[in-house]
Design a protein around this ligand. Structure first.
Ligand SMILES: [Zn+2]
Length: 386
C-alpha cells in the first residue's frame, strides 16, 4: 500500500528530511532512555504491526514513553515523522486515538478489562486506527480471560500495547497472544553517561547511577536532589552510631525513615507539575483524563519511591559493613597470631550484618512495613561493634 521508493533503499539519508518518509523516525523514542533493543524492535514492527504487544519491565524503564513513540509511528499520516501535529500530540499524551487505561484499584479488575474491550471496539476519532495502552498487566490475574477474548478476536484497527513489570504464570496465555518486547535495567556506565550528557558532573552521575538500580527515572530524581549525598552520609554513619542500646536503634530508625520521607520531595514536585500540565492540556484540547486515575498512579509512584529510597540506603549500609570486613581481612592477614580468633569472630559478625541488611532489602518489596522492619534490623546490628 505504501511502497518505499528505491532511493530510500540505496541512501537512507536522502529523504530523512521529507515528511513523506514512510519509515518511522527514531526521534519518536527520544524520551526512552537507553533501551536500544526495544526501540529497534518497535521501529521495525511499526511498518507492519500486529495487533498486540507486551512490553515487559518496570514502568520506570520507559514503557509508557515506548508505547507513545510506537503509537505515533502507527498513527502519523507520514509513517512516524516525529514532527507533525499528530506525532506531537501522541507524544504529549493528548491524542484522542491513543487511550491509556489505568487500573482503578489495587488490581486490574474485570471492570477495568471490560473498559479496555469497550474502548477497543470504538471507532477511531481522528486517525486511521487507535492504540490502547494498558498499564500493570501483571496485576490482571482475574481479568485475564476478558482481555484474552479481545486479543484473540481483535476488533478493527486497534493495536494494544500492554505494559507489565513481569509475566506471572497465570498470564502466560495472554502473553502468548502478543509480541513481547523486553526492557532492561540500564547498565551503570550508560546511565552515568546519560546523566553527564544532561549536565550533571561525572562524580554525581556515577554515584546516583550506582544507587538507582539501573532505573533512569530514579537516577534523575537523585541527581536533582540536593539532599542526596546528605542521606548517603546518614546511612554510612549508622554502624558507628549504634551503641548497643535499643533506644539508639529506635532513634536512628526514625531518623532514616524521616530522611526517606523527605526524599519524596522531588517526585511530589514532578507530580504537581504533571497535574498542572494536564489541566492546561485539557483546557487547550477539551480532552480530559480523569484525575482520580492520575492521583492513584501518583500514590503508587510515591510508594515505590519510598521503597527504592530505603533499598538504596540499605545498599549503602551493606557497603559500610563490607568495607569493614575488607579492612578486617587486611589486619588478620598482616598479624596472624593470638588475635586471630577474635578477628575471625568479628569477621563472622560483619558477614552476618551484611546478610541481615540484604534480607531486609529483599523483604521490603514484598512486605513494606518499613518502620518495624528497619527498627528490628538496627537492633540486630547493634550487637556488631561499629
Ligand atoms: Zn508525524
Amino acid at each position: 500500500v505504501n511502497p518505499i521508493p528505491d532511493d530510500r533503499e540505496s541512501d537512507s539519508t536522502a529523504s530523512s528530511d521529507g515528511l513523506d518518509d514512510q519509515r518511522p523516525s527514531p526521534r519518536l523514542f527520544d524520551a526512552v532512555v537507553e533501551q536500544p533493543a526495544a526501540v529497534a524492535q518497535l521501529l521495525a514492527a511499526a511498518v507492519r504491526p500486529v495487533h498486540a504487544y507486551l512490553v515487559v519491565g518496570s514502568l520506570d524503564l520507559g514503557g509508557r514513553e515506548l508505547a507513545r513513540g510506537f503509537a505515533a509511528a502507527l498513527l502519523c499520516p507520514h509513517g512516524g515523522c516525529a514532527r507533525c501535529e499528530t506525532c506531537r500530540r501522541v507524544l504529549a499524551g493528548v491524542h484522542p486515538d491513543v487511550v491509556d487505561v489505568e487500573r482503578a484499584g489495587a488490581a486490574l479488575s474485570v471492570g477495568d478489562a471490560a473498559e479496555v474491550v469497550r474502548i477497543a471496539q470504538r471507532k477511531p476519532i481522528e486517525a486511521g486506527g487507535q492504540v490502547v495502552v494498558v498499564a500493570d498487566l501483571h496485576l490482571a490475574r482475574l481479568s485475564a480471560p476478558v482481555l484474552l477474548k479481545t486479543l484473540e478476536e481483535p476488533p478493527g484497527p486497534t493495536v494494544f500495547v500492554l505494559l507489565a513489570d513481569m509475566v506471572p504464570p497465570d498470564l502466560a496465555t495472554v502473553a502468548s497472544r502478543c509480541i513481547r518486547v523486553d526492557l532492561r535495567p540500564v547498565p551503570q556506565g550508560e546511565l552515568a553517561a546519560w546523566l553527564v550528557a544532561q549536565g550533571f558532573t561525572p562524580d554525581l552521575a556515577h554515584t546516583v547511577a550506582g544507587a538507582s538500580g539501573g532505573n533512569p527515572s530514579r537516577a534523575r530524581l537523585l541527581a536533582e536532589d540536593p539532599e542526596f549525598s546528605a542521606r548517603q552520609a546518614l546511612w554510612r554513619s549508622v554502624p558507628s552510631r549504634l551503641d548497643g542500646t535499643g533506644s539508639a536503634a529506635g532513634a536512628l530508625a526514625a531518623e532514616l525513615l524521616a530522611a526517606a520521607e523527605q526524599a519524596a520531595g522531588p517526585v511530589r514536585e514532578r507530580h504537581r507539575l504533571e497535574i498542572e500540565q494536564r489541566n492546561e492540556d485539557a483546557e487547550a484540547t477539551g480532552v480530559r483524563t480523569p484525575m482520580r486515575e492520575i492521583q492513584e498512579r501518583h500514590r503508587r509512584e510515591d510508594r515505590r519511591q519510598r521503597t527504592d529510597e530505603l533499598r538504596a540506603g540499605l545498599g549503602v549500609l551493606a557497603g559500610e559493613y563490607r568495607d569493614r570486613l575488607a579492612a578486617q581481612a587486611d589486619v588478620s592477614g598482616a598479624h596472624a597470631g593470638p588475635g586471630t580468633e577474635a578477628a575471625a569472630a568479628r569477621a563472622r559478625q560483619l558477614v552476618q550484618a551484611v546478610s541481615f541488611i540484604e534480607t531486609l532489602a529483599e523483604e521490603l518489596v514484598r512486605n513494606p512495613n518499613e518502620t518495624l522492619q528497619l527498627e528490628a534490623l538496627l537492633v540486630r546490628l547493634s550487637s556488631v561493634p561499629g
